[in-house]
Design a protein around this ligand. Structure first.
Ligand code: SAM
Length: 281
């Protein structure tokens, strides 16, 4: 046990504790998923968190596991294609995705609000391949504070976009494209359908935090498949993976019905590639 850490996570930064606690319980609760996250287990222990008190809804934990497995696979495939490539992890929170990769990417930059980044930097095992940058990706121009190494880049945003206003996402997506259009670039993120906007307080996992702090809200969601590029057609949607489809039959079936009616999945992971970037074909 090291020195006590200040758990000064407030507002939306506090939501990072929920997926962390889900991942930390995964191996014990759902061994059949073959998902384990020892780094998350260590952080939970180090922070003295009561993981089941933070999240206990089985379907939500399975949802976080399904989401992580998709992100992990897409990162691993990117690193396989681009051994010199790096990951720009937006809203990195207390993510342990870096630790879960069998093959370490050339570089990994985690960006989050100052309180989350400070805590994560204190907790993470130092690595020459990883750095943390404080900042709000909702503020135009934030990218100028990032010293982006050369080479292919995979931008990931796991559990972030639902909390950002639509206009901020459009600016973010445009600024990212402007910055990385000279290189192979991909963007992987999860998004809700518009049906989930305004429902954070009812969410089985995020609900308790949102009810205690109304600043925590799902403020954006997609209405059509076109929305997945947020108005910037330099990005091309190459794949959409339905997270709910990975869940047990009643939830998966409900999600399919909702998608059939409304045209977009309730909750999916979008994989975009920048058109015109060197390997966009
Ligand atoms: C649900 S957590 C997900 C954390 C992490 N990606 C994971 O999957 O474990 C959402 C994260 O987005 C971050 N976030 C929210 N708004 C942000 C902003 N404007 N700029 C940077 N990070 C932000 C929060 O601080 C929080 O760490």
């Amino acid at each position: 046990m090291g020195p006590a850490l200040d758990l000064a996570l407030h507002g939306v930064a506090r939501t990072s504790l929920v997926p962390l606690c889900a991942r930390a319980q995964a191996a014990q609760l759902f061994p059949s998923t073959h998902f384990a996250d020892p780094a998350a287990e260590r952080i939970v222990e180090r922070l003295g968190l009561d993981a089941p008190a933070m999240i206990s809804d089985p379907m939500s934990i399975l949802g976080f596991i399904a989401r992580c497995k998709i992100f992990d696979r897409l990162v691993a495939e990117f690193v396989e294609r681009h051994p010199d490539g790096g990951v720009l992890d937006l809203g990195s929170g207390l993510s342990t995705g870096f630790e879960r990769q069998a093959r370490t990417p050339a570089w990994w930059i985690g960006v989050d609000l100052p309180s989350a980044v400070a805590l994560h930097a204190d907790l993470a095992t130092p690595s020459d391949h990883r750095q943390f940058v404080p900042g709000s990706v909702a503020e135009a121009g934030w990218l100028t504070s990032i010293d982006l190494p050369d080479g292919p880049v995979l931008i990931i945003a796991e559990g972030l976009l639902p909390y950002l206003p639509r206009a901020a996402i459009a600016t973010l997506v445009r600024e990212l494209a402007d910055r990385v259009c000279d290189r192979p670039a991909e963007f992987v993120y999860d998004a809700f359908s518009f049906l989930m906007v305004g429902t954070a307080r009812y969410h089985p996992a995020i609900g308790p935090l949102a009810r205690a702090d109304p600043s925590i809200e799902f403020v954006s969601g997609v209405r059509t498949r076109k929305d997945y590029v947020w108005g910037d057609t330099r990005w091309r949607l190459v794949d959409l993976e339905d997270v709910m489809e990975q869940l047990p039959p009643p939830v998966a079936a409900w999600s399919t019905v909702v998608e059939t009616i409304f045209g977009v999945p309730v909750y999916a992971i979008a994989h975009l590639r920048l058109d015109g970037s060197p390997d966009s074909g």
